[in-house]
Design a binder for this molecule. Sequence first.
Ligand SMILES: [Zn+2]
Ligand SMILES: [Zn+2]
Length: 802
Amino acid sequence: MKRYNPQQIERKWQKVWEAKKTWKADIKKAKKPYYNLMMFPYPSAEGLHVGNVYAFTGSDIHGRFRRMQGFNVFEPMGFDSFGIHSENFAIKKGTHPKTQTAKNISNFRKQLKAMGALFDWSREVVTSEPDYYKWTQWLFLQLYKMGLAYKAKAPVDWCPSCKTVLADEQVIDGKCERCGTEVIQKELEQWFFRITKYADKLLKNLETIDWSERTKIAQRNWIGRSEGTLIDFKIQDTKYKIQVFTTRPDTLFGATYMVLAPEHNLVDQLKSQITNWQEVEAYRKEAKKKNEVERTEVAKEKTGVELKGVKAINPANQQEIPVWIADYVLASYGTGAIMAVPAHDQRDWEFAKIYNLPIIMVVCPHYPAKICPVMDEAYLGEGHLVASGQFDGMPNEKAKWEITKFVGGNRTAKYHLRDWLISRQRYWGPPIPIIYCDKCGTVPVPEKDLPVPLPNVKDFRPTGTDKSPLASVEKFVKTKCPKCKSPARRETDVSDTFLDSAWYFFRYPCTELKNKPFDKLTVKKWLPVDMYIGGQEHAVLHLLYTRFITMALKDAGFIEFEEPFKKFRAHGLITKEGAKMSKSKGNVVNPDEYFKQYGADTVRMYLMFIGPFSEGGDWSDKGIVGISRFLNRVWTLVQSSSKSQSSKNELEALRQKTIKKVTEDLENLRYNTAISALMEYLNAINNQQSTVNKKDIETLLILLSPFAPYIAEELWRELGHNDSVHNQLWPKYNPKMIQEGKTRLVLQVNGKVRDIVEVVSGISEAEAKKLALVNPKIKKWLEGKTPKKLIFVPGRLVNVVV
Ligand SMILES: [Zn+2]
Ligand SMILES: [Zn+2]
């Protein structure tokens, strides 16, 4: 008997599949296109992480399942090879990113091929190649033409370690998403994409797409729509007014002071009126030194300075109220000014307590009380209005819009979402295709001149200034203005990595195109993507950007849909002994070692068995042995059973049930329970060894093939088939057969067995009792007596007591 040698059979089938281009999708002719996409990896390490193998296996099983259901599955793979991740790895290694990236990619590719996935290598995408980034630059130009790309001076987040600015989405709890360093604020001129223009659509469309709920929630929170009112407060004896945005216009009568961000323009405009200017100026200087996180920290002691000589008028009751500056109000959020209602806002409450400002309750929880005592902290709940003139007694929700009307406020929505900052002061990215001319100003590079090649420079390290290393490459910087031909300078920032990955799925089916990034008809045929699987950590980065870019491309007329992914499923994380894997903890699982020891089939299956795919699980070296044993038993079964086949099929009901279970589990990415069902099925077959039926073994191999493609193929051929197991249609089950599984029912009279009959398994109590009473043997033992009671034990017996 041959032994199971995974390394040998995996190498063999890899070669066959590669030579025959078995997984190549026919992009032009496919009748039932199915685009199965997974998040392509950053080749920012020498090899694949086990987390990559986990994600890709789960996605590949889905692709294989759909393929066997008769779809023309396109499952491409590529490399997100530009960007800080890859550049930092090269810096660490002391090599050039170009050399390092090429090296990493070739190793990744080798490992990915070993995985036994459906990857169509004829359509690989590498984002750092000129034939790809040419189109990333083209995309920038389209957005520029549409007015969606603009340059502006703004306070931006800067990572002192990565030495570049970051987008809002890349700052997590005040730290750099990539390296964990605390970010600082800088005032810089940067390129932005106007993603906020799509805020409403990005929010509303979430209702129409089939995505993991937790991913949708993360996007909803990030977009952060809040409904409120814009209200103007006049500044007494001036032409100026302060505009505020508030979500609580119902509390307007309780606004007892106002606060401007220290940077607010009005402060300068009111200079002549302010009597304590020196104090104000000193405070503004101090505020500049703090970053947003420090300024908005909840626990922080609030500070501020009153603008003496300035009074605002509360438009609800025409009362004069003081105006302050305080650093807990940020210039970049809302209008940079607030109406302070200390009775109903905790930060205003704390500020009012420190500076002895009046606190007036206007929303009262003790209806119908007319006066409401001030509480020990801000009251944030519902209630009825008090101290609010004609609105007294009104429920506060209703009062929001009544008071808005009363003061002529403008009901509107605000979003947390900011524009996408896309310039980076780094080397390893696509240069932003813009030229600056003294005469013509900002001039986009003509499309025919793309790509703007990234020059091959020795010193690519970040400078730590607000300039990219490209700024010191004279040959790159100096150019001619495309409009007037006079000497001009190139933009020297490169674009954010997330722009490279925001459109790659358009390129995959169109990689052969030289004169355009993608083709409208091909895209129409294959997109939107049918299934996208990836990490939840990209919920508001990559996944939000792809949606925005798709919407913009639709508005520009290049495509006909506005959502890129019909279905998105977030997978879980793999831990090792309960801890997150990290090099510093020394608990990183290197998939290569396990491929070598157990074979890719075992690694694939073990990863899927470890826990629900949406939740992940904990890797243990003991656990993988169990799966290895299972595949060895499958192997042995086929070796030993081929001679003793029976035509009887005693396991037909279980076979049907297993097909049903595995099919439903695969539909819902419940891979771990599907594998359990296969294990039970194998046990049952093994218990029937002497009369094992060929159909049972074939079904087992077909159901196993998406999980363990190599061994399934090898054993399938061993059964005598000339075609591939992967070309079989997914088996259908007969629901009737499942219900009609047979079981034995014992019939007793007064506890003594009088007959055993075969019945449908899962027979109901009523049916079983009826059956007992009409049974001739039971009738005989009853001797015409009326039964006192019938006892039913489900699936086992009926006892007739007389
Ligand atoms: Zn960083
Ligand atoms: Zn010019």
